[in-house]
Design a protein around this ligand. Structure first.
Ligand SMILES: Cc1cc2nc3c(=O)[nH]c(=O)nc-3n(C[C@H](O)[C@H](O)[C@H](O)COP(=O)(O)OP(=O)(O)OC[C@H]3O[C@@H](n4cnc5c(N)ncnc54)[C@H](O)[C@@H]3O)c2cc1C
Length: 422
């Protein structure tokens, strides 16, 4: 019987690999990652050609974790966000200079994050502190009071103090571990592509609400936009078939000219959109992370930002437990799991409500609803306090502060124990 791993992560994608990196910074933890894909380089399905918007809060975390200096040159700052409703009068603008910031967020192609994480994780593999099982997947989980006994499809058998499931939205281990899932198909598909521009974008991001769903253009390096276009599945399939010229003409018609003249389209890809959320964030010696916990609509560009806060919460809890004398036993025990649940629930709940309401409000073509949301957008543009609230929400600073404050209250997040001398 080999020694149990401290933490075993199932899924080595954006959330799982980022967590592994952070955990390995914490002293002597021994970590394993089970990944279904074979390649030794970053998981192709997770670190694909997509771009994501990282909030100011996420940039601060990545900076603290020593990763942002390696990523910054591949990212493009968002200086302004223009929100409009196609064919209606409502508009609002958010500007970084109004909040004394250089940028409201940054846009980066996820493959760059994958490359940096891959480089950073390699030395830990060489030291034997990180073990990859790939291609492999969990076939059975047997919990006991001290460890999780894990059977892998390859026939290997391993154990760990804490199992972290980070397998993305469709997660077989989540079911094996007994979590239930709420799932709501939006009946929409996101079409993504990088779009070349005739003129510089000057750091402007556009979020345009159209009758089929929202269309977002995010500023990328090299005079390009990253497009996320929400469509009915049939229309998305049609747009995948047309040539670049027809595709760009259709996009220009939908987006208008305020974002500039589009002249080049990169590879297109489709993502069917479903809201998924697990009923709990944690159970005894097992926690959910990233899309396995919450799979959001990309309208607000918040899925990975939320995952980074899952990681931050988990790492802070691990640090707390490491500071006690009974670290292995406490890792993932009842108090630990409850603390993670308490840290993640409000942030996740708020973001799901907000994102879901945005999708439904702005995908509704009823005239009355359209009038209401346009009055809302105009009102927002004229009301500094409301705009500031929206900007702070987009910047993701408040939830970070909430996590830190909650952990500062002894006994509230992690119940204080006898062993801690309390
Ligand atoms: C179109 C689009 C635009 C987006 N834009 C933004 C944005 O602007 N900002 C933002 O913050 N977020 C954005 N997101 C969300 C972001 O992409 C996700 O939050 C992020 O990919 C979640 O990472 P993850 O590691 O949890 O899941 P995934 O990326 O799905 O990775 C899961 C990993 O687990 C592996 N795996 C799966 N099953 C198993 C198994 N059984 N055993 C072992 N391994 C397994 C997979 O191979 C993969 O490596 C966007 C998403 C989409 C679709």
């Amino acid at each position: 019987m080999t020694e149990p791993f401290d933490i075993l992560i199932s899924g080595g994608g954006m959330a799982g690999a980022m967590l592994a990196h952070q955990l390995l910074q914490q002293g002597s933890l021994k970590v394993a990652v089970v990944e279904q894909q074979a390649d030794a380089s970053p998981s192709k399905s997770s670190f694909d050609s997509r771009s994501i918007a990282l909030s100011e809060g996420s940039i601060r975390l990545l900076n603290r974790w020593g990763l942002w200096p390696l990523l910054a040159s591949c990212a493009s700052p968002i200086k302004t966000i223009a929100v409009s409703d196609k064919g209606h009068f409502g508009k609002t603008y958010l500007q970084s200079s109004d909040y004394q910031l250089d940028a409201l967020g940054q846009v980066i192609e996820v493959e760059h994050i994958g490359t940096v994480l891959h480089q950073k994780l390699q030395p830990y593999e060489a030291q034997g502190r990180l073990v990859w099982f790939r291609p492999d997947a969990i076939s059975a989980i047997t919990p006991s009071s001290e460890v999780q006994q894990i059977e892998l499809k390859s026939g290997l058998s391993v154990s760990c103090r804490l199992l972290v499931i980070a397998e993305g939205g469709v997660s077989p281990s989540r079911e094996l571990a007994g979590f239930t899932l709420q799932s709501d198909d939006y009946g929409q598909t996101a079409l993504i592509a990088n779009i070349g521009l005739q003129q510089p974008h000057q750091g402007k991001a556009f979020e345009r609400f159209t009758p089929t769903g929202p269309l977002a253009l995010l500023p990328l390096t090299g005079q390009r936009y990253s497009l996320v276009w929400t469509l009915a599945p049939e229309r998305a399939a049609e747009l995948m078939q047309c040539d670049d010229a027809d595709f760009l003409a259709a996009l220009q018609a939908e987006a208008g000219y305020r974002a500039g003249v589009f002249h080049k389209a990169g590879q297109r890809a489709l993502y069917p959109l479903t809201l998924r959320r697990a009923s709990e964030a944690a159970r005894h010696r097992v926690v959910l992370l990233g899309n396995s916990l919450h799979n959001l609509h990309p309208i607000a560009g918040q899925g990975f930002n939320l995952a980074l806060r899952d990681i931050y919460s988990l790492v802070l809890l691990v640090q707390r437990v490491q500071a006690t004398q009974s670290m292995p036993a406490q890792l993932g025990d009842y108090a630990f799991s409850r603390a993670y649940q308490k840290l993640r629930e409000p942030d996740m709940q708020q973001l799901i409500l907000y994102t879901d309401a945005l999708v439904r409000l702005f995908s509704n073509s009823s005239r009355l609803v359209a009038l209401g949301r346009n009055l809302g957008l105009s009102g927002l543009n004229n009301c500094k306090a409301l705009k500031s609230q929206l900007a702070h929400f987009a910047m993701g600073l408040t939830p970070l502060q909430q996590i830190e404050q909650q952990l500062k209250q002894p006994g509230s997040a992690v119940p204080v124990r006898q062993t801690e001398g309390a």
